[in-house]
Design a protein around this ligand. Structure first.
Ligand SMILES: [Mg+2]
Length: 231
C-alpha cells in the first residue's frame, strides 16, 4: 500500500502499555508507604478507583478546565480520601514519585519494536500525544522508541489537546504532511480516531479490548503485529 506517506502514532495505550506501567508503579509505591496498614488493604480496589478518578480528571484536563499540577495531585488526593486518607501533602509526594517512576518502566505492547522497524522503511513516522512533555520524553528514552519518529508533537507544545483539530494541523505542518497522505493510529475513539477523521486523515483504531462500536473507521486492529499485514 503506497497511499500513505506519513504515519502518526499515539503513544499511551497504543505503543506504550500505560496500564501496566501504572499498575506496577502504584503497587510499588503502595508497598513503599505501607498503605495496607493505612486504609488500603487490597491494592486492586485502590487501583480500580484510581483509574476511574484519574479518567475523570483527565477529561476535565482535556477540556482545559483544570491545570496539570492540580490534575496530578488531586487524582491521588481524591482516591486516598475514599480510603480514609485525607492528606494533600502526602498525595503530592506520592504523585511526584509516581510521575518520576512510571515512565522508567519499559512496558511496551508486544510487537511495538518489530512493527515500528517494519514501518520506518516504508513511511515517515510521527507521534502525537496528549501526555506531559517531560514524561513522554522519559518514556521514549526508557523504551528506545525515540529513534523511529521524525517528529513528536505533544499537547503541551501545540497548546491544545487531541481531539482538537488544531493539534492535528500543528503536527501535520510540523511533519510537512497533508491529511490525504497521512494515517493516525491510536487507541481512543474520540481523542485519536474522531480527531483525525475531523481533519481528513485516515485512521487505524487499536482496539485491544475488541470493544464493540458504531464508528466508521479506515482500519481496526487488536494487536500491533496486524499492522504489517495492512500497511
Ligand atoms: Mg492513547
Amino acid at each position: 500500500m503506497k497511499k500513505y506517506k506519513h504515519i502518526f502514532f499515539d503513544l499511551d495505550h497504543t505503543l506504550y502499555d500505560f496500564e501496566r506501567s501504572t499498575f506496577e508503579t502504584l503497587s510499588e509505591l503502595c508497598d513503599k508507604y505501607n498503605l495496607t496498614d493505612k486504609g488500603i488493604p487490597v491494592f486492586k480496589y485502590f487501583y480500580n478507583r484510581y483509574l476511574e478518578i484519574n479518567d475523570r480528571f483527565w477529561g476535565q484536563y482535556r477540556k482545559g478546565k483544570i491545570e496539570k499540577p492540580f490534575l496530578n495531585v488531586e487524582r491521588f488526593h481524591v482516591t486516598f480520601q475514599e480510603f480514609g486518607i485525607d492528606d494533600r501533602d502526602f498525595a503530592g509526594k506520592f504523585a511526584t514519585e509516581y510521575v518520576e517512576n512510571a515512565p522508567l518502566k519499559n512496558t511496551l505492547f508486544p510487537g511495538a519494536h518489530e512493527t515500528l522497524e517494519y514501518l520506518q522503511d516504508k513511511y515517515i513516522l510521527h507521534l502525537i500525544t496528549n501526555g506531559f512533555e517531560e514524561v513522554q520524553e522519559k518514556k521514549l528514552n526508557t523504551t528506545g522508541l525515540r529513534k523511529y519518529f521524525k517528529t513528536i508533537t505533544t499537547s503541551e507544545e501545540a497548546g491544545v489537546k487531541k481531539p482538537d483539530p488544531a493539534i492535528f494541523h500543528y503536527a501535520l505542518s510540523k511533519a510537512g504532511a497533508v491529511p490525504e497522505e497521512s494515517l493516525m493510529i491510536g487507541d481512543n475513539l474520540e481523542v485519536d480516531i474522531l480527531g483525525a477523521k475531523n481533519v481528513g486523515m485516515d485512521q487505524m483504531f487499536f482496539n485491544i479490548e475488541k470493544t464493540p462500536h458504531n464508528g466508521k473507521i479506515t482500519f481496526e486492529i487488536s494487536e500491533l503485529i496486524e499492522i504489517r499485514g495492512l500497511l
